[in-house]
Design a protein around this ligand. Structure first.
Ligand SMILES: [Zn+2]
Length: 205
């Protein structure tokens, strides 16, 4: 990445999560190593966890539900926390909350299934932030292939993106972020199997 030097790499193993810190001006890449995998993403301001990335505020900030390079990722206080630099996939979902324990209980009767919300909590705990509470409605479903039909019906599609698919994001503030390699294996949204996701962080030279 011209003008940037590699800083750190963090792995969200298959069906698990991770958390990481980025500084203002850093760029980070969310990489789907094997393809067809969805990653659920949240972020807080590092010095004020009451301000966090908000999908609904992001929609109004961009007047769009289809984020693309140049789009901003906004906070619940209407500040821009990040901007999208590059995206090799072109579809993401900013409508639905991430999966949680209740998703698997109420839809499938499975009481011990992993979930994005718990994955992100585990990731935050692993960097010493066990008391930072993520909320599913504040997650952005990166690389999730959904579509709104003309009648408003929402359609979930199997992801089609290939190995090494990447979105590159620039931090406009110091942030704490968490990413879940979505463990949804009851629908085809993650392709034939749930796989890992990688985060690469770059700092300005
Ligand atoms: Zn999920």
């Amino acid at each position: 990445m011209p003008g940037f030097r590699f800083k750190e790499e963090v792995l969200a193993p298959a069906m698990h999560g991770c958390a990481f810190r980025v500084s203002k001006g850093d760029r980070f890449q969310i990489i789907d190593v094997k393809g067809q995998q969805v990653g659920d993403f949240i972020a807080f301001k590092a010095d004020d966890r009451s301000e966090y990335f908000s999908p609904t505020h992001t929609v109004t900030q961009n007047w769009s539900i289809a984020l693309k390079p140049g789009s901003v990722l906004a906070s619940n206080k209407r500040n821009n926390l990040m901007t999208i630099i590059d995206d090799t996939v072109g579809y993401h979902d900013i409508i639905v909350p991430c999966c949680d324990t209740e998703t698997y209980i109420t839809r499938y009767g499975i009481h011990d299934h992993r979930s994005c919300l718990e994955n992100m909590k585990e990731g935050l705990a692993a960097i010493g932030l066990a008391d930072w509470e993520p909320h599913g409605e504040n997650a952005w479903n990166v690389f999730m292939n959904t579509r709104i039909e003309p009648d408003g019906k929402m359609v979930y599609l199997q992801s089609t993106h290939g190995p090494g698919s990447t979105i590159t994001i620039e931090a406009l503030e110091d942030l704490v972020c968490a990413l879940s390699a979505c463990p949804q294996d009851q629908t085809p949204i993650n392709g034939p199997e749930c796989t890992e996701m990688l985060v690469r962080i770059w700092e300005s030279e």
